[in-house]
Design a binder for this molecule. Structure first.
Ligand code: SAM
Length: 247
């Protein structure tokens, strides 16, 4: 991901910060899976990477000695009410000491890394030996409906998402042992195509490496028509990769 795109992502998420929780339904389903995996495990010093407005902060804080919430968007961090250390930073260059954390938790954020290999190396660096990372990452074959709708007007709307295999390889190359991995299809159903697009925008998922310029009214109408087809409801599908890694 280019620097320009990273800035675009930051700006999208900052604008979306107030509306985020209202729209983040799939994220909630993914974090339920990750939190169930944590069970009652003590998390020691825990980092929530790409914490957003802190939807998982209370659950993580309850099991941690101390919680660090890190996000690229200061507007997102400003929404967090749970006591935590807040760090506004890029996940690809963590301003944290090596071997300093017991746990990293990251839900629906690492797909925004410039390169999955870089962020995996960063996680390995900051975790203590035997430290664990619990990750839910949007994977390849997500948002296929939206991709096709944009492709129908010759536009690319969605960023490239890594496959579970690429994520696993990046983790192992960084030095991690994979303790658990799984892929789950998750869906959001919207009353209309407009609602679906609004929701993607609210979670910041509407930037792309190429072709990101404002849609004309005509293009927007074409995309809505394509998404709606002849059904009143619009489904948006995600393919989510889950990983538990041990240093
Ligand atoms: C879809 S939200 C997920 C928020 C939260 N983890 C949840 O479960 O709802 C993704 C978050 O990742 C953050 N983000 C995007 N790129 C980032 C980066 N390079 N470094 C740190 N955070 C980033 C965004 O600002 C946003 O708050």
């Amino acid at each position: 991901m280019s620097v320009a795109l990273k800035q675009q992502t930051q700006s999208h998420f900052s604008k979306a910060a107030c509306r985020y929780q209202h729209h983040a339904r799939v994220q909630g389903s993914a974090s339920d899976v990750l939190l169930a995996r944590l069970a009652q495990r003590p998390l020691g010093l825990c980092l929530d990477l790409g914490a957003g407005p802190g939807v998982n902060s209370a659950a993580l804080a309850a099991q941690s000695d101390a919680l660090i919430a890190l996000d690229l968007s200061s507007s997102m961090l400003a929404q967090i009410r749970t006591p935590s250390v807040k760090i506004c930073a890029d996940m690809d260059a963590l301003p944290l000491q090596a071997n300093s954390l017991d746990t990293v938790f990251s839900n629906f954020a690492m797909q925004w890394s410039s390169d999955i290999n870089i962020v995996m190396r960063e996680l390995y660096r900051v975790l203590r030996p035997k430290g664990r990372a619990y990750l839910a990452i949007v994977a390849a074959d997500s948002l296929v409906e939206v991709k096709s709708a944009f492709a129908s007007i010759g536009r690319e709307a969605i960023n490239h998402f890594a496959t579970l295999e690429e994520m696993g390889m990046a983790a192992q190359n960084a030095g991690f042992k994979i303790n658990w991995q799984q892929q789950l299809p998750l869906f959001d159903i919207y009353e209309s195509a407009k609602e679906a697009l609004k929701s993607l925008s609210a979670i910041g998922a509407n930037s792309a490496e190429q072709g990101h310029k404002a849609l004309t009214k005509g293009e927007y109408a074409q995309i809505l028509k394509y998404l709606e087809g002849d059904k009143p409801e619009v489904a948006v599908s995600y393919n989510v990769a889950f990983l538990e890694l041990i240093k």
